[in-house]
Design a binder for this molecule. Structure first.
Ligand SMILES: [Zn+2]
Length: 213
């Protein structure tokens, strides 16, 4: 069993919390959290403070040059991987923002044109579908018997929710086809014998462009 390269404590059994710095150098359960703090730091300030804390600990322990170098390498490695993660996050956020913008600008119509726009390209049919499961019909009959309409509102609410969700799926489908609009949009409601109802939305995915005046 190895000793902690920082404080010299013997590293105990199998389950002990430790941080492997290199194949030769391992930090014990008391020193490992100093690395963990760097790994888990959420701001540059936290990161720098955690680094500082680890360096002070190392200096106070009078360890060899080799160990100091190994620890410095490890700090750099952690920082590099954090930088990579940060860049990934930024990239992901930018992508999501782009999709949100495109979704916001996306236009749909039950008709075949948009005032002030021309259709530049017809791409393909786009489709979205939501299946409502068992229990839907029992709610429906309850809503019919309840003429005062509270459950019928629930039913309508569910159906329009399903329509909206089907529409949203259709739009996402069209966006993946690089469309920025849908024309000729309509909805179908299909009922199946086993208490299942499917709401589907269909339309033609197109690219539209504003007509310059
Ligand atoms: Zn230690």
């Amino acid at each position: 069993m190895a000793n902690c390269c920082i404080c010299g404590r013997r590293i105990g059994g199998f389950g002990e919390d430790k941080h492997k710095i290199t194949n030769d150098y391992v930090a014990c359960y008391k020193c490992a959290p100093l690395f963990r703090k760097i790994i888990n730091s959420e701001t540059t300030e936290q990161l720098e403070m955690s680094e500082h804390e680890l360096r002070i600990e190392i200096e106070s322990k009078n360890v060899s040059r080799e160990i100091i170098d190994a620890v410095e390498n490890e700090i750099q490695r952690i920082k590099d991987s954090k930088q990579f993660m940060y860049q990934q996050e930024q990239f992901q956020m930018q992508k999501e923002e782009e999709i949100r913008k495109k979704r916001k600008a996306f236009m749909i119509s039950t008709g075949y044109n948009f005032e002030g726009y021309k259709i530049q390209k017809y791409i393909d049919l786009a489709h979205g579908e939501i299946v409502l499961g068992t229990g839907f019909y029992s709610e429906l009959s309850a809503s019919i018997s309840d003429l005062l309409g509270t459950s019928s509102k629930t039913f309508e609410g569910k159906l329009s929710q399903a329509k909206r969700a089907a529409q949203e799926q259709m739009i996402i489908n069209a966006m993946t086809l690089n469309a920025n609009a849908l024309i000729g949009v309509d909805f179908d409601i299909t009922t199946f014998s086993n208490n299942i109802i499917a709401v589907s939305a269909n339309g033609t995915a197109v690219v539209i462009e504003k007509i310059e005046k």
